[in-house]
Structure formats: C-alpha cells, structure tokens
Design a binder for this molecule. Structure first.
Ligand code: BEZ
Ligand code: MG
Length: 372
C-alpha cells in the first residue's frame, strides 16, 4: 500500500495537499487491506497492534521517517466497508485525529493545517475539524448517483453532487459513531487536489458495474462543484498486483477498446443471449455515468459504440432478436449522451441512430402486442 501510494504521488504533477480516496469493503478484504495501507501511508501513519497481535488503532510515523509532508486524505467509505470493517474505520479516524493534533509545522502537515483552519471557520473543536472518514448514515448504502443516471432523472450534473453529499456527509470518528456534517464535508471537498479509487479485479471494470461512478464519480462531481473546477481523477489498477496509476479518461478508453468494442469480448457476451445484450447496454449507461460525473469520456467512445452496435445493421438485428428492450435502451442512451452534449455526432450519425432507435422500438412494441 505504501509503495502504491508513492506511485500515485510520483504520477501526479505536484505534491497534493488533499487526496480524496474511495474505500470499498470487498477490495480491502480481498487484498488484506492494501487501500487502507495507502491511506495510512499518505497520512504518515501505521497500524498499531496490541500484545495479542490484534488491531488496536493507528500511530503516526515521524516526519523524519516519512520524508515528506503528511497529506490530508478524505476517505469515503462504501456502506459495505463501514459494516464489515468497523475497527479499520476507527483506525483511519484515529490516524487523521493524531495527525491533526501533532505539534508539527503547517508546511509539513496538511491535515493539521486544514483542521486548524476548519476549526476556526466553523467554530468547532479540533476533534470535529479532524474528521476525515465519511460514509452513509448507519444502515444506508450508496450515493444514489447511479440511480439518477440509470433513470435519466437529473437535469444539471450538479444534482448528482447534491445526491452524493446528501448521502455521504456522515463523518465517522474514533468511537466509530457517525454524525452528519455536510458543512465539514463541503470544506474538505473544496481543498481536494485529486481523487482516486483502486480497481481490484480484472473481471469487473469501472464501466462494467454502476458502483464505480456512484462512488468515485459522485465524489468527483462534488469536488468539481465545491472548487468550481476539475481536478485530476485516477484509477489505481491493482489487477496485476503492481499498482499502476491511470487517469480516469485512459481507464475508460482502455475498457472501451478491450471490452465494449472488442469482438472477442462482446461476442462472448452475446453468446449468452438476452443477458449479453443487457450487459452491453450497461457498459454504455455506465460510460454515460462517467461523462455526467467527470466529463472525462472522449467523444470517440460514443461514436464507436454507436457504429459497432446501433448503426451496424447486422448487429442491431441481433440485438433486436436477443433483447430489443436493452437494444433500445442502448440506442436511447447514446442519443441522451448527445442531448447532454457529451459528444457531438454529425447529422448523418444522428439520423442513423434515431432510425436505429425507432426500429428497436418497433421490435419492442411487437413483443408487447404478441404478449397481450
Ligand atoms: C464494497 O465492497 O464496498 C462494494 C462492493 C460493490 C459495490 C459497492 C461497494
Ligand atoms: Mg455502497
């Protein structure tokens, strides 16, 4: 984890003062806590074990040993992390608190520097101003950003930031208890210089399921709104154990080429029939989710997806036979991406896409009439 945190720092153009890190439960369990170790390394802390070898908390490593400033880490936990890893939730809160309380120069300890500022501006104690572990309210999961995207139920993208902040503004302290603190989250978001999440499995990519843009996308949009500008977003690819850092734009491009547009991949999916078309459609929807939350999807992605699936007569026909509902959803999603200005197809492409959607819709109606 420490090595991977260093790769992140080496990749980013300058020394970040604040990093937003999304933590999932499954990733930490499968990797024996690698993302947790990244957070501790960025802060300049290490786990503490009791005399029985049980995890008991976190201690700071000295600035001499660290050799660089302590970086402020805004950790947003999935609800699953919070449920499965309560000791680790407290440990991360303890690391932040101890860093905020350390008698160290502001230039070498960004957590303390920020906590002192927040305490003054909000008129709260240092324990409150040092809270950096955010998640849902107890018993709640997810940011709802995925649902808003799936049902096209947002007008402005900042509504996604609203949803994210409403759901994820519960700060977990050293006791493991949560208190709602949207004002503190807002202050912390404003100071974020980069956001990232680990990708643990080659089986599921960030465009395969809608949870990645729900978490990393959600916080990225909230940061953008708080700061009034974009920040760098990275994926730390753990799938080959090396901790390779990729920009979000590059990760989406990589998955588009290697999965969505790769005949070996999509033919294998289509061999499963209806469910295969549904998964192809999900990749398109999840891609739109990244546009909505980060604006980092290149226009060629939508152009090539359109050409490969909806504009290709043979492929459109196959989708219509296997699963016209999902085929129609895909065509409409590509049109939605255009309507939201995530890509600007030429008139010819747009007309063909609309005709393809009409054809798929006829197919769906045919099924409904037959069923009736
Ligand atoms: C988790 O393990 O924390 C997680 C898994 C799937 C979706 C979201 C979170
Ligand atoms: Mg969750």
């Amino acid at each position: 984890g420490a090595k991977q945190a260093q790769v992140l720092l080496d990749t980013h153009e300058s020394m970040p003062r604040t990093v937003a890190l999304v933590l999932w439960g499954s990733d930490n369990i499968k990797s024996d806590g690698v993302p947790i170790a990244q957070a501790l390394a960025l802060i300049g802390a290490k786990p503490r074990f009791d005399s029985f070898g049980r995890l008991a908390g976190a201690d700071l490593v000295s600035l001499e040993e660290l050799g660089r400033p302590r970086i402020d880490v805004i950790m947003t936990l999935s609800g699953i992390f919070r449920d499965l890893l309560p000791l680790q939730t407290k440990l991360l809160a303890e690391a932040s608190l101890k860093a905020a309380q350390a008698d160290e120069p502001a230039g070498m300890n960004f957590i303390r520097a920020h906590a002192l500022t927040y305490a003054k501006e909000m008129n709260v104690d240092i324990e409150t101003a040092a809270l950096r572990v955010f998640s849902n309210a107890e018993g709640a999961y997810g940011s709802n950003v995925n649902q808003l995207v799936d049902s096209s139920a947002f007008e402005e993208e900042d509504e996604l930031a609203d949803a994210y902040e409403a759901r994820k503004s519960f700060a977990y302290g050293v006791t493991g208890k949560a208190t709602r603190n949207p004002e503190l989250l807002q202050k912390a978001l404003k100071d974020v210089d980069l956001a990232y999440q680990n990708l643990e499995s080659a089986e599921l990519g960030i465009t395969t399921v809608d949870h990645y843009f729900d978490t990393l996308g959600g916080i990225s949009r909230a940061v953008k709104r708080a700061k009034g500008k974009d920040v760098a977003i990275y994926i730390s690819d753990q799938t080959r154990g090396a901790g390779k850092i990729r920009t979000l734009a590059d990760q989406v491009a990589l998955e588009t080429r290697s999965r969505s547009l790769n005949p070996k991949f999509y033919e294998a999916l289509l061999s499963h029939g209806s469910e295969g078309v549904r998964q192809l459609e999900a990749q398109v929807t999840n891609t739109l989710g990244w546009s909505a939350t980060t604006g980092q999807v290149k226009p060629w992605v939508y152009q090539r997806l359109s050409e490969t699936f909806v504009l290709d007569d043979n492929m459109r026909q196959r989708m219509a036979e296997l699963n016209p509902t999902a085929g129609l959803r895909m065509a409409n999603r590509l049109l939605e991406a255009h309507e939201r200005d995530y890509w600007q197809p030429d008139e010819e492409t747009l007309d063909a896409l609309r005709r393809g959607a009409d054809e798929l819709e006829d197919q769906c109606e045919g099924i409904t009439i037959a069923a009736e």
